[in-house]
Design a protein around this ligand. Structure first.
Ligand code: NZQ
Ligand code: ZN
Length: 389
């Protein structure tokens, strides 16, 4: 049975190759001081930076640039940005980049006007903002995280290397608008494209592999997975295929804008394991998920057999008639793995610089969540990390 829930997503989306045309009107809603946040240079290479600067100037904005936001953005970088944004008295934050830039901008938005230490407040005590939140807008260049339409912000502690996500309950943290132009994603290196694709897929899995109820959300999830598998194969063979790249971008947003988790329990343990690996190795987010997936799903499958059977039949079109649940579940996971290899994803954590001597620390850093088919013990976490190597 569907549980009680609230659904509200205030992010306004502009999708398509003309979507940047809406930026002027959106900027007009906010004050004159804008923090422009971007990454390590891809937006300068692509020419998007110049286009955005031109629009900001045309709109009469004073621009404070926060550049060099790295993949897996760090607390140190966040502190630097807070200083810049405070000095510029920013009224608005414009994120131009991937999930890291967008997440960082949200963490900045809840920290600029806050006297508390952001790490302690948001990533240790998981408190909600008690200060004025600076509004954020996002121009997305990499589909994957869903950060453009959710309230998540993942930050890595630069000293301890703990990578922690906070999904804020306050809707004011969500981007006020997001500009999604699939053309911007065409410059992504293939490795990033496929990492993003697996991130999307896994977001859906995290919400699908939990609960036994007859839930509309699970049917939505199956449709999203089928569309993603289809488009990923086209994009893998022909990265410039606009139709496939636009479908991937749209699926990414729906995979993690809170819709498909409504009314049901969720798992998220692949992300908790992946974040521990990503914190210690600084590896690409989607690759860390791919590399722990086999070990994790093989481990929990016996506790959630009916859903794994359904996954095989409804997502991978496997004829499961006459198979035991276990046989069907295994066949589904084998199909998923074959697809992952086809895309060229990391299948082992050792491919990402994760080593046996990191296992204990990774287990210390893994946050254990309770919504999946099996609440993991520390011994199981250690075992999964060892199997993933
Ligand atoms: O820094 P630049 O030069 O822009 O290069 C980036 C970066 O090196 C590059 N890139 C992005 N768009 C490009 C491009 N290169 C060429 N052309 C383009 N159009 O790609 C690299 C990766 O970018 P990044 O933003 O780090 O990737 P992603 O979007 O996967 O974001 C990863 C971060 O998001 C967090 C992850 O943990 C990680 O820190 N997540 C956020 C979530 C959320 N808000 O809900 C959920 C996710 O599960 C995830 O945890
Ligand atoms: Zn993810």
């Amino acid at each position: 049975m569907l549980g009680n829930f609230t659904y509200c997503n205030p992010t306004k989306l502009y999708f398509g190759d003309k979507s940047l045309e809406n930026l002027d009107a959106e900027l007009a809603k906010y004050g004159p001081n804008v923090a422009l946040v971007y990454g390590g240079g891809s937006v300068k290479k692509s020419g998007l930076y110049d286009q955005v600067i031109e629009i900001l100037k045309r709109c009469g904005k004073n621009v404070a640039e926060i550049e060099g936001v790295m993949p897996n953005p760090t607390l140190k970088k966040l502190r630097e940005g807070i200083e810049i944004a405070r000095a510029a008295k920013v009224d608005f934050i414009l994120a131009v980049g991937g999930g890291s830039v967008c997440d960082y901008s949200k963490a900045l938005a809840v920290s600029v006007n806050c006297d508390d230490d952001p790490w302690e407040k948001y990533y240790v005590r998981f408190e909600e903002p008690t200060c004025e939140i600076v509004p954020v807008g996002c121009i997305l260049t990499m589909p994957g995280t869903g950060s453009e339409m959710n309230a998540g912000a993942v930050i890595t502690h630069d000293v301890t290397r703990q990578k922690i996500g906070h999904v804020f309950a306050d809707e004011a943290v969500m981007p006020r608008f997001a500009i999604l132009n699939p053309l911007y994603t065409l410059t992504l290196p293939k490795r990033q494209m496929v990492a993003g694709i697996y991130d999307i897929f896994n977001h859906i899995c995290e919400q699908y592999f939990s609960g036994e109820d007859d839930s509309t959300s699970d049917y939505l999830s199956e449709g999203l997975m089928r569309s993603l598998i289809h488009s990923s194969r086209i994009a893998n063979a022909d990265p410039n295929n606009y139709e496939a790249r636009s479908n991937i971008m749209w699926t990414a947003t729906w995979a993690l804008n809170t819709l498909i988790s409504r009314g049901k329990t969720t798992d998220w343990m692949v992300h908790m394991l992946g974040h521990a690996v990503g914190g210690l190795t600084d590896a690409t987010h989607g690759m860390t998920l791919a590399a722990v997936s086999h070990a994790y799903y093989s481990h929990i499958m016996p506790y959630g057999l009916p859903k794994f059977r359904r996954f095989a039949a409804n997502v991978w079109d496997i004829n499961v008639e006459g198979m035991t649940d276990e046989e069907a579940g295994k066949a589904g996971l084998a199909a998923m793995e074959a697809w992952m290899r086809e895309l060229g994803l990391a299948m082992k954590t050792s491919e990402l610089g994760f080593t046996a001597d990191m296992v204990e620390k990774a287990a210390d850093y893994t946050i254990v969540l309770k919504g999946g088919y099996k609440v993991l013990t520390r011994e199981e976490i250690v075992e999964i990390f060892k199997t993933s190597l």
